[in-house]
Design a protein around this ligand. Structure first.
Ligand SMILES: [Fe+2]
Ligand SMILES: [Fe+2]
Length: 351
């Protein structure tokens, strides 16, 4: 993967430093992040989220054109922290209504978490993919999804050492499934990559990074914000539970959309795999992990709800961005400055 094309001053500064073309002025950059103008929507801004995504990625896979030693460079960690603090504050503010309602609700923690998934308004994205999307739009959707699903479940692995006893066992069980249950060909990342290839898309890690807008990057950034910070482990697990609890039916709809459009079965089978698996995973995540964490330490309750609401809200913003673009007759991807456009790709797959 190559460093992304910058989209503004923050990503230009981060990419400039990582490529060795600029010297990091951490204090100036942190001050700039703190004083971002009102016009910058920290929840979805392109430049903000590309900068943060690039910094997080240092913990996952190397950039061909940057030293891997940047991972623990104190100056870059400082910049990341400044971005994270802004994002965390915005996420807390945006989700406070649902977190407060869940805190005030009575009953079992898992039931309150399931109820929260009904509280946050979702989008009609997967219904649209099921019944209306064109082939080109479904291929766009897969490109958006490639940003997370080529490293599916890796962020949550960082949380394993932060859980103890039954909660650690439950997360390991869930992750074992995501990682193929002992069969490399069943690794979910590999299943997704095979689906991309089967419909003529690139399965190369980060291939579509320059094409996906801020709201899509924000979904992964919110996940990393929680997963990589030990004090937010409960939020990471609430986030995971909400992901799993809202996956089964949407995956069924996307699989049906893939079949309606005549895409190879490899693509639909990735989504098929999640219809049943995630119905099990939601129980593991909300009951065994989140319920167990709350029983052990009631103080984490607010963070469990925060994580769940943050997932649902960030996913809804990303889905809305796709639907808005399509309803306006636009592509949901940024213009590709390097190669062919999306309609050529759709035509190639259709033929
Ligand atoms: Fe999965
Ligand atoms: Fe899952």
């Amino acid at each position: 993967m190559h460093l992304p094309r910058p989209r503004g001053p923050l990503s230009a500064a981060v990419v400039g430093v990582m490529s060795g073309r600029a010297v990091l002025d951490e204090a100036a950059l942190a001050a700039e992040i703190e004083a971002l103008p009102e016009t910058v929507d920290v929840l979805v801004d392109d430049d903000f989220h590309l900068a943060l995504w690039t910094l997080y990625e240092l913990h996952y896979r190397p950039f061909d054109d940057a030293s891997q030693d940047w991972e623990w460079e104190p100056g870059l960690i400082g910049v990341r922290r400044a971005l994270e603090e802004r994002l965390l504050a915005e996420v807390r503010f945006a989700t406070s209504e649902w977190v407060h309602a869940s805190m005030a609700a009575r009953g079992d923690v898992a039931e309150r978490l399931f109820a929260l998934t009904e509280m946050v308004p979702g989008t009609a994205l997967t219904s649209y993919l099921h019944r209306e999307a064109t082939l080109g739009q479904l291929l766009e959707y897969l490109q958006h999804k490639s940003i997370y699903h080529l490293k599916e479940s890796d962020p949550q692995s960082f949380v394993l050492p932060r859980l103890q006893g039954p909660m650690k066992v439950a997360l390991a069980e869930l992750q074992y499934d995501e990682y193929g249950s002992g069969r490399p060909q069943q690794l979910h990342q590999t299943l997704f990559a095979a689906g991309l290839e089967a419909c003529g898309l690139s399965s190369e890690y980060g291939a579509y990074l320059d094409l996906v807008p801020g709201p899509t990057l924000a979904v992964t950034n919110v996940m990393n914000l929680f997963a990589l910070r030990r004090t937010l482990a409960a939020a990471a697990m609430g986030h995971l539970g909400a992901f799993e609890a809202t996956s089964s039916e949407p995956c069924r709809r996307v699989a049906q959309g893939c079949r309606r459009l005549g895409l190879p079965d490899t693509v639909a089978s990735y989504f098929d795999e999640h219809i049943e698996a995630d119905a099990v995973h939601e129980q593991l995540a909300f009951r065994d992990i989140c319920g167990g964490m709350a029983a052990e330490d009631p103080q984490v309750l607010g963070d469990l709800f925060l994580g769940a609401a943050a997932y649902l809200y960030s996913e809804s913003l990303a889905g809305t961005a796709l639907l808005d673009a399509w309803r306006d007759g636009r592509s949901s991807l940024l213009p590709d400055q390097e190669s062919g456009n999306q309609s050529d790709l759709a035509a190639a797959v259709a033929s």
